[in-house]
Structures are given as structure tokens and as C-alpha cells.
Design a protein around this ligand. Structure first.
Ligand SMILES: Cc1ncc(COP(=O)(O)O)c(C=O)c1O
Length: 440
């Protein structure tokens, strides 16, 4: 099939996430290798978003492809109550990889299910009901995780279940908690404590955060925030859940993003990078204290595909590649190159408001005037963002445009040359944004 046939076939009989089908022109993708994806008509694009910030080891890694073939000869599926070697192996391996006492794991099929089960685990183990989360967040599209989610994708899914309290992030959209990281942290946590007290701290089971906010702007926490938050929640016996579905497995230049803040959460949720999205798998890690609660108490949660043998074997192969090829370290190294390239683009283009990155987790925010007005408003767009995206695709680069920002999240195996090649395509595209500025 050529690209048009593929697109037509998909639009005829399938619904796409977060889209009105009649307005959609999906990109036809036929195959992918390393940092590149290929279209049915012979096009090649540098994948500057690792698809959904998830193909961390790069596409179709030959070692993992072989491991998938081998895994297909072994046990494909056993009921969730069964003990399997894949389950024993991956549990032991993750216990070694995760810091602190995150030693016990519940396996799911993806990130939303990991957060769903994290909600169950913190409620059942604490006996408390309410959950805190932040507005600039995405935690999944199931019913409960939509209520955890702060971003506008929640609106159409309301009203949801009660008990979810959303709070402002350290970096809200419309104002600032302060001028320095220290001020922002202090003021945001003071505001948070006020909410905790007003809600009744004894009713709050946990707070969920994306350690580094992903889709909603690649926002690393201000200095001191993670340690301050950890201490504040401890004061009230509230559990800290770090959602690292996107930020985990090397994306930020460390295996887990919370390591940048020298803390360990009580619960960690993961997915995407665990299998580099080759197969679906998610996971919740819990502290020894939470795990021991379920020594005597039934965990009321379950999935047909809990601890899926085939997927877990694939995860082992992906972790082998990540370790053997030093991809976490490469993410940290290439993060410095990304920083350099972003600084260069900001100096060269008046439309670049700010470039942010931590490791290979990056974003360019564009502005429509030199006073810093965002190129697109909150939850909105600007015609030039579509033109920019078209230019990028026509010139061999695939990425996500989010409102007025350009995502920069390539696979962690990217070389310096490939990374600079990506930014040189963005450099050329930014002339469109410069010309579209109100004060151009
Ligand atoms: C931080 C975060 N949490 C949870 C999810 C949901 O994961 P999934 O789409 O695998 O259900 C995502 C997906 O993008 C995410 O970025």
C-alpha cells in the first residue's frame, strides 16, 4: 500500500486518540530503524520525539528483535496468579536497579494502568482516600488517571470520581511563585501546605507528581523542590508517588529523574522506556513498608495481563541494551549538546522564547513578540505551528508540536552528529516562526 492507501484505510475504520477523525491527516509509517522512521513512499524522518517519548533505545534494535523471536518460542502467557521465570527475573532486576527500598513491583500493560494501580495501592495501604496531583500534568486516559491529570484533556472526561485534588505546579502558566528557584520552592510548598491542612491531612493518601513534567512543557523541578516536597509530605504522613512513565529509563540523563533531587519516592510508576514501547508493559514499584502491608492484607487489584511473560522477557532485553550501550550516560552527554544547540537557536531566532532540557528531554518554547507572549495561547494554536511542522516533515524531521512549543526528545542512542542534524532542520524551520511574529 502507498501512504494514501494506508491513511485512508486507517481513517475508514479506526478512531485515533485525542483527535477528531475528520480533521486528521495521520503520518503513514512503514518501518523504523535506530533514530529514523520510514514512510511507505520511501520518506525518511529523524525521530525527534522517540514516537511518544518512549522508544528510548531506538527503533528495531537487532538484539531486542532477536530476543522477541526467542521469547516467542518460550512461555507466551500464564495466568496472573502463576509464578514464572520472567516474573522472577524482572522483579529481581528492577529491585537492583531501583534505589532505596523500592523492591516490590506490580506489572501492568502501560502507564495509565500503572497509575491506576498506584492509586489503589496507596489508598488501600494508608486507609486514606484523597489524592493530590498538579495541574500541569498528564497521568493517563483511564477514568481515575484522567482525574489525576491536570491538563485540558481532563475536561471532556469530567465529572470524575471524587477525592482528586489538583494544585498549582511550582511553575504555573500565568504567574510565578518567585524570581529564584529557592523562592519558587518555598512559596509553592507554603501554598501546598495550606491546601493539605485545609483538606485535612489525615484524609490524603498520596501526592502524584511527574518528577519532570513531560507533555505539559518539559519542566524540571526548581532546585530544592523535590527534597522540600518529600519533607512536607512526610510531615503529614502523605505518600509521594513519582510518575516516571515518560521521565524514567534514562530520558533525563539519570535512570530515574528523582535521582536528580536526591530523593526516593514511596511509589514509582513506569512504562514506555521499560520496553522502549516494543511491547506494552507498565509497572508500579512500592516501598518495603507498602509492600509489607500486603503481606497480610489482600491487594484488591488485578489484570488478565498482569506480569505478562512475553512482555517481561522483552523488557529484560531492552534493559540489557540500555546498560550495555551506556544509553543513560549517552543521554546525559547528548543533553549538553542539546543545551548548546538550544542556546544557539535562541541567539539566532527572535521567535525562540526559551529552550529547556534535562538530558534528552527537551522543548523549545516559541514567542509571538519580543515581550515574551507565547506563540500559542494555553490549549491553543497558531497557524505558523502547522506550517513549521509541515516544513520539518518535508525536510526529514518528525517531532511533536505542543501548542506553541517544539518537542526535542530523540532516542537515547542518538549520536552528536544526528542530534546536530536535527537542530539544523529546526534552525531552518524557525525562520517561518520569526516571520510570523507580531513585531517581525
Ligand atoms: C507521565 C505519564 N504518565 C502516564 C502516561 C500514560 O501512559 P499510557 O499511555 O501508557 O497509559 C503517560 C503517557 O504519555 C505519561 O506521559
Amino acid at each position: 500500500m502507498n501512504a494514501d492507501d494506508v491513511v485512508q484505510g486507517c481513517l475508514e475504520h479506526t478512531l485515533f486518540s485525542w483527535s477528531a477523525r475528520g480533521k486528521l491527516k495521520p503520518l503513514a509509517i512503514e518501518r523504523a530503524q535506530g533514530v529514523y522512521i520510514y514512510g511507505p513512499d520511501g520518506q525518511r524522518w529523524l525521530d525527534f520525539n522517540s514516537q511518544l517519548m518512549s522508544v528510548n533505545i531506538g527503533h528495531s534494535h537487532p538484539r531486542v528483535v532477536q530476543a522477541i523471536k526467542d521469547a516467542a518460542d518460550g512461555l507466551l502467557y500464564a495466568y496472573p496468579g502463576a509464578a514464572t521465570q520472567a516474573r522472577a527475573d524482572l522483579g529481581r532486576r528492577l529491585a537492583k536497579m531501583c534505589p532505596g527500598d523500592l523492591n516490590t513491583f506490580f506489572f501492568t500493560l502501560g502507564g495509565a494502568e500503572a497509575n491506576e494501580n498506584a492509586i489503589k495501592l496507596v489508598r488501600q495501604s494508608s486507609g486514606r482516600f484523597k489524592i493530590l496531583s498538579r495541574y500541569r500534568s498528564y497521568h493517563g486516559a483511564t477514568n481515575a488517571t484522567m482525574q489525576l491529570t491536570g491538563d485540558p484533556r481532563r475536561w471532556a472526561n469530567e465529572p470524575g470520581a471524587p477525592g482528586f485534588i489538583r494544585v498549582l505546579d511550582p511553575r504555573p502558566i500565568g504567574f510565578s511563585f518567585g524570581d529564584t528557584d529557592e523562592e519558587i520552592t518555598t512559596n509553592n510548598l507554603r501554598y501546598l501546605e495550606e491546601i493539605i491542612v485545609a483538606e485535612g491531612s489525615h484524609t490524603i493518601a498520596a501526592m502524584f507528581i511527574e518528577t519532570v513534567t513531560g507533555t505539559n512543557g518539559i519542566l524540571p523541578p526548581p532546585r530544592g523542590y523535590l527534597a522540600g516536597l518529600r519533607a512536607l509530605l512526610d510531615k503529614y504522613g502523605i505518600l509521594l508517588v513519582c510518575d516516571e512513565v515518560m521521565a524514567g529509563f534514562g530520558r533525563t540523563g539519570k535512570l530515574f529523574a528523582f535521582e536528580h533531587g536526591d530523593i526516593v519516592p514511596d511509589v514509582l510508576t513506569m512504562a514506555k522506556g521499560l520496553t522502549s514501547s516494543y511491547v506494552p508493559l507498565g509497572c508500579v514499584a512500592v516501598s518495603d513498608k507498602i509492600a509489607h502491608h500486603f503481606d497480610d492484607n489482600v491487594f484488591y487489584g488485578g489484570l488478565t495481563y498482569n506480569a505478562h511473560s512475553f512482555c517481561m522477557n522483552v523488557a529484560m532485553a531492552c534493559l540489557d541494551v540500555m546498560e550495555d550501550e551506556g544509553l543513560v550516560e549517552n543521554s546525559a552527554r547528548m543533553g549538553l549538546v542539546m543545551r548548546e544547540e538550544m542556546d544557539r537557536l535562541k541567539a539566532a531566532h527572535p521567535s525562540v522564547k526559551e529552550g529547556r532540557n534535562i538530558g534528552l528531554f527537551g522543548i523549545l518554547d516559541l514567542q509571538r513578540d519580543r515581550q515574551g507572549t507565547d506563540m500559542a495561547p494555553f490549549n491553543g494554536s497558531h497557524p505558523v505551528m502547522g506550517e513549521l511542522n509541515r516544513f520539518l516533515l518535508d525536510n526529514g524531521l518528525f517531532t511533536f508540536i505542543h501548542w506553541g512549543s517544539v518537542m526535542c526528545n530523540p532516542p537515547l542512542c542518538i549520536t552528536e552528529e544526528q542530534l546536530r542534524e536535527g537542530f539544523s532542520i529546526i534552525d531552518r524551520a524557525l525562520h517561518l516562526a520569526d516571520a510570523a511574529m507580531d513585531d517581525a
